[in-house]
Write a protein that binds this ligand. Sequence first.
Ligand code: COA
Length: 259
Amino acid sequence: MFAPNLLEGRVALVTGGGTGICRGIALAFAAHGCDVAITSRTMEHLEPTVAELRATGRRAIAKAADVRDPAAVTDVVNATVAELGRLDILVNGAAGNFICLAENLSPNGFGTVVDIDLKGTFHVSKAALPHLRAHGGSVVNISATLPYLGTMGQSHAAAAKAGIDSLTRTLACEWGPYGIRVNGIAPGPIEGTEGVRRLTNEQSRESAIRGNPLGRMGTIDDIANASLFLCSEAASFVNGVTLVVDGGLWLRSARILGD
Ligand code: COA
């Protein structure tokens, strides 16, 4: 679908890059000539993926950090530049979620998801800014379609993702003059991910397929391809958008979480 080596000579940092969608993004970037740093809370999640990344022939590093800790993410960004030479692309994918109705959710439960998803996106973006600003670059924030409708059991995650979409638009305006494009991707349910395992059951997965205009679940490759587009020259005039990659599911129905 894409010409080879769309990201030749670039260096990317992918948060949450050890598993799921973000592992797929990291591997797609490496397949297109990009050196890649990945981070998540535990090395256990990162080690198999960094080995896969190196097996593609690209340089790759893995550093454990919690995106809730601004000092820790600054260390990861600095290590990326020290070991891989520069930073051109940031993918903010680290996220946490669970289903819980607002009436049962504790203040700390709500705050934890906002801290990881929204504040984590801010912390890593801010840490990356001086390096991206040196020569221009691209940021992709992984969002969700949850806030477009009143998705029950997701008050915490929907609020956090709506905040991310707002941050995407603001940073696109503030950082565009530095040659940094800031965009987002809102995936629908993606098969084979922890998100789908945590948030859906067999019945809701069937209804997500039946209700989808394209008649299937999303794949990790669908999101990796969208990320490649947004980070490549093919999207050089795309700034401040959150690209929905869900086959049109949210336009048809909010009923994807089990009711
Ligand atoms: N239902 C209701 N509340 C929950 C919950 C659930 N299923 N899971 C956690 N919480 C609450 C906890 O009770 C706690 O609040 P409290 O102190 O008032 O009791 C708060 O959330 C923090 O939980 P804790 O387990 O201490 O946080 P953590 O930082 O270790 O974990 C999470 C973060 C909660 C997001 C956890 O689910 C996680 O680590 N997820 C990572 C992977 C992931 O979610 N991937 C899916 C992406 S779609």
